[in-house]
Design a protein around this ligand. Structure first.
Ligand SMILES: Cc1ncc(COP(=O)(O)O)c(C=O)c1O
Length: 403
């Protein structure tokens, strides 16, 4: 069977399920306004939440690093690619999170693929939330540990899994997302950390979307939940979202770093991040500390968006963060609303199975710190008009209509 017939068969099935995907092309500087497929739009579909990717200090740092050091690291960290720039960012990340050490990975996806098998293996147990990110699912598969999935956010079910594993005296890794990437809700991380302590489980928190966006200092969902630095044993964060660069990191103890350098295959067998990416992340990290208004404004914008959508009778549950879903159910309805928004000059992505459970297709709207209130209200008003047109049953009576 040739490649084309394999592609026809698989893609035919995907088309039939209504989940066929194509790429859109974006142009222009990263920011709240960009060109999508040649059309100027207001962007509500990214993860450059703090609008740092095109910040002058960030681009200058990247340009300087490219000029002074070049565009590649030249190899993997354990051969010739361990640059002073990597070591500097790792020290800065460790200091930022008040932890002993940090280690860079090339993406959040690769971090989870490397971290999980470095921590557990055959005979061990991974306890994982049902809505954890695909990279956690894949990392768990690679590890060959037994994965026990508990219903999303269900602390009783989590405790049940942890208690049973403790009785069996097996090594247990509890893995949670900090912010769930398709729903925008927060993990009950404080309670989960308490259970991890009680049942002697290792806690790995994937804070891809919480890094830089939550917490007094921008340290993420664990800081937001009031946890102390020892309660999360391994914190994974990304550099390609709020930090406006590319890459990811794990922070924790010095021994964890040593273990990962020696065992995390996605760290060992891959070229290191390039100097411009690392220098950009260093500049962003510094801005994160100096410009806290960005994360406050981001969360204010997200609240304005949720309130405006709710005033139109649209539910954004269970979002409590900058990831704001409007669940529309059917794939084709969701994509019609997405297309209608583009025609009105807004880009918010329609999300379908397998990124979300089938029957729960949704519009996923992600504001940025630098959107204005007028822009936030405008996208919400347009969404409401389009949902009225294509999915009127999704509009609920509002309090003002009741009274
Ligand atoms: C919860 C979560 N973890 C990991 C990742 C992967 O991070 P990256 O995009 O850096 O590969 C994502 C990406 O969106 C995510 O949402």
């Amino acid at each position: 069977m040739g490649i084309d017939s394999i592609a026809d068969e698989v893609l035919g099935r995907i088309r039939q399920e209504g989940t066929y995907r194509t790429l859109r092309t974006l142009e222009g500087p990263q920011g709240p306004r960009m060109k999508v497929d040649g059309q100027e739009v207001l962007l509500f579909a990214g993860s450059n939440y703090l609008d740092l990717a095109h910040h002058e200090e960030v681009t200058e740092a990247a340009a300087r690093a490219a000029r002074d050091q070049g565009c590649a690291s030249g190899g993997s960290r354990l051969i010739n690619g361990n640059l002073a720039e990597h070591e500097a960012l790792e020290s800065e990340l460790a200091a930022f999170f008040n932890q002993e050490a940090a280690l860079l990975f090339n993406t959040g996806y690769m971090a989870n693929l490397g971290l999980i098998p470095a921590l557990v293996g055959s005979g061990d147990i991974i306890v994982s939330d049902a809505l954890n990110h695909a990279s956690i699912i894949d990392g768990a598969k690679l590890s060959k540990a037994e994965t026990q999935i508990f219903p999303h956010g269900d602390l009783d079910a989590l405790e049940d899994r942890l208690a049973k594993a403790a009785q069996q005296k097996r090594k247990v890794l509890l893995v949670l997302d900090g912010i769930y990437s398709m729903d925008g809700d927060l993990s009950p991380v404080a309670a989960a950390a308490g259970l991890a302590e009680e049942y002697d489980a290792i806690l790995l928190l994937d804070d891809a979307h919480g890094t830089g966006t939550l917490g007094t200092h921008g340290r993420g969902s664990a800081e937001h939940a009031g946890l102390n630095k020892d309660q999360v044993h391994i914190l994974m964060g990304t550099l390609g979202k709020a930090l406006g660069s590319f890459g990811a990191f794990a922070v924790g103890s010095a021994k964890l770093r040593d273990l990962l350098i020696n065992t995390a295959r996605s760290f060992i067998f891959s070229c290191a991040l390039s100097p411009p990416q690392v220098a950009a992340a260093r500049a962003s990290l510094s801005l994160l500390t100096r410009e806290p208004w960005r994360r406050y404004q981001l969360q204010t914008n997200a609240r304005w968006l949720r309130e405006r959508l709710e005033s139109h009778g649209l539910s954004c549950a269970p979002s409590a963060t900058q990831i704001v879903p409007v669940i529309l159910g059917e794939n084709d309805t969701t994509m019609k609303v997405c297309q209608g928004l583009l025609e009105r000059g807004f880009y918010a992505q329609g999300i379908r199975h397998p990124s979300v459970p089938s029957g729960q297709a949704r519009l996923r709207i992600t504001p940025m710190a630098t959107h204005t209130q007028g822009e936030i209200f405008a996208v919400a008003d347009s969404i409401a008009e389009l949902v009225h047109k294509y999915a009127p049953s999704r509009i609920h009576a509002t309090d003002s209509e009741h009274s």
